[in-house]
Design a protein around this ligand. Structure first.
Ligand SMILES: *[C@@H]1O[C@H](CO)[C@@H](O)[C@H](O)[C@H]1NC(C)=O
Ligand SMILES: *[C@@H]1O[C@H](CO)[C@@H](O)[C@H](O)[C@H]1NC(C)=O
Ligand SMILES: *[C@@H]1O[C@H](CO)[C@@H](O)[C@H](O)[C@H]1NC(C)=O
Ligand SMILES: *[C@@H]1O[C@H](CO)[C@@H](O)[C@H](O)[C@H]1NC(C)=O
Length: 475
């Protein structure tokens, strides 16, 4: 073989271990919104680019915040969309960064933003969203998992009223590792006969990401630039529980949890108990289903097949006699995770319990948990944020500006909304003609933007158009 051909190969071989150490997503869109500098580098080594190449609508504002990502924001007073090119279809992580500052130059206080965010016109990510004024302004991060079905993904920001505005400081959209979200998870309830299918085709929002008994993990130290918080505020385990840390090597196995599913920092600490249950409680919105991902890594046992766990979610037994050594192919300190889907009733609480099983040896560790993630799953009408915010906001986001190309991606919700929309327009026109006949009215802008109170408990939207239109008539 020609030696000139060997050198590049050797060079590639040298690169392989390096590149496999760090996950590099096929799609990796990192935008510093409103920025006019060519790049913004974060301490986690990622580089964000200005968003003006993709969307230059609205105005860009500058804050005195020293944190580079929150120095600028883009403000939209009319509906506006980002159209992202997707190279690799499948699950993507979307992060929206907000920092509500007050702009002196424009006399605009971003704390009073009020808006909706849609993805692909199929999913409602935020509806009638407003910042919490009671707390001091601080950066706010919203994280979603979305399934990109086509070669583009459209993210729309829509002001919630004619005088309102939408704002965003930064956007991350990148391909998730293939094993991050499976298509099937165990549905927890009175019986364990059912699975939750097509999980990876739902829109999910990360609500809690917890490093049990460990320190906060920052994006710098996480394989997918996530933040994991300590469990201190959520754990109500008794005095019998204790924390365990491990500084040895975490054994990632080929078909087990990968380092992208959870980093060493998460698997290297655990809360354990002997004879009693450990409990974690999370406030959530009732009326949704949640994905509960439980991370285990037996860093506490001294020998194999000594640890048997029972797992309960919302009082229902989810797993009995789980033998972690079996689950990890007879290897200690090897990560394993369980995906469970559970509904939440009107208590608005999600309770996760890990404890000993009847097989547990009372003299050994009986319960163990290393990490916990809670993700909200979209409701039947594709929303993560309650009812549908505004029929016409949706309509204008579909037809307005650069959004038109997204037509093919319109989902069932959008289509039934359009049916409802046509009906409402007919009613509205009749109503307007009548009132104009009675008295000449001024502006009619208010109609197009009012929120639509819809009960989303379980009904299908398609047949609901008439009832929906009925609710709409009071405007
Ligand atoms: C911005 O608005 C919020 C909420 O009304 C208020 O608490 C804050 O003081 C305002 N900031 C400035 C600089 O006016
Ligand atoms: C990353 O993790 C190491 C080891 O756990 C820790 O010492 C360091 O402070 C962390 N760095 C950041 C930026 O979080
Ligand atoms: C743990 O909690 C479950 C469900 O509430 C209960 O059935 C079980 O008896 C408890 N185990 C112990 C050891 O307290
Ligand atoms: C989430 O939304 C999609 C699209 O509207 C829908 O097909 C799916 O059934 C929804 N998921 C749930 C759990 O209702």
């Amino acid at each position: 073989m020609d030696p000139r051909k060997i050198y590049p190969i050797l060079f590639l071989l040298l690169l392989v271990p390096l590149s496999s150490a760090r996950f590099s997503p096929a799609d990796n869109i990192l935008l510093d919104c409103g920025s006019n500098s060519p790049s913004t580098s974060l301490s986690d080594h990622r580089i964000f680019r200005p968003d003006s190449q993709i969307n230059s609508d609205g105005v860009s504002l500058r804050s005195p915040n020293p944190n580079s990502l929150y120095q600028t924001a883009r403000v939209f007073t009319t509906p506006s969309s980002y159209k992202f090119q997707i190279k690799n279809k499948g699950t993507h992580l979307l992060r929206l960064h907000f920092y509500p500052f007050s702009s002196l130059s424009s006399n605009l206080n971003l704390s009073s933003a009020h808006f909706h965010v849609f993805a692909d016109n199929d999913f409602v990510l935020l509806s009638n969203f407003a910042f919490d004024w009671s707390s001091t302004p601080s950066p706010l991060l919203k994280e979603y998992l979305l399934h990109a079905e086509s070669d583009s993904l459209i993210l729309s920001f829509v002001p919630a009223a004619p005088s309102a505005f939408a704002v965003v400081s930064a956007i991350e959209l990148f391909s998730a590792p293939r094993d991050l979200l499976p298509d099937r998870a165990r549905l927890v309830g009175p019986t364990l006969k059912e699975n939750f299918d097509r999980l990876s085709h739902q829109a999910l929002e990360t609500l809690y990401r917890i490093n049990v008994a460990g320190p906060k993990v920052t994006p710098f130290n996480d394989t997918l630039w996530r933040t994991w918080l300590p469990d201190s505020g959520f754990s109500i385990s008794g005095p019998e529980s204790r924390t365990v840390t491990f500084s040895g090597r975490i054994v990632y196995r080929k078909y087990g949890a990968s380092r992208e599913v959870g980093p060493d920092n998460v698997y290297g600490s655990a809360r354990v108990s002997r004879a009693s249950n450990m409990t974690w409680v999370f406030p959530v919105d009732s009326g949704y289903k949640y994905l509960v991902r439980m991370h285990f890594c037996d860093i506490a046992s001294l020998a194999l097949n000594e640890l048997y766990l029972n797992v309960y979610v919302n009082g229902y037994a989810a797993y009995q006699d789980l033998d972690l050594s079996d689950a990890t192919g007879q290897v200690l300190a090897s990560p394993y995770y369980l995906d469970l889907v559970a509904g939440v009733d009107s208590t608005g609480l999600l309770t996760v319990v890990v404890g000993p099983s009847s097989l547990s040896d009372p003299s050994k560790v009986g319960g163990l948990l290393n990490g916990l993630e809670i993700m909200k799953i979209n409701n039947t009408i594709g929303s993560l944020a309650g009812g549908v915010p505004s029929l016409l906001a949706m309509q204008s986001s579909r037809t307005g500006g650069s959004v038109g190309e997204g037509g093919g991606g319109g989902g069932a919700m959008a289509r039934s909304l359009i049916c409802g929309f046509v009906f409402v327009v007919l009613l509205g026109t009749a109503f307007m003609l009548m009132s104009r006949w009675k008295a000449e009215t001024g502006k009619d802008g208010g109609l197009a933007w009012s929120p639509l109170p819809v009960d989303v408990s379980d009904g299908r939207f398609g047949q609901g158009s008439v009832a929906l239109a009925g609710k709409f008539m009071y405007f």
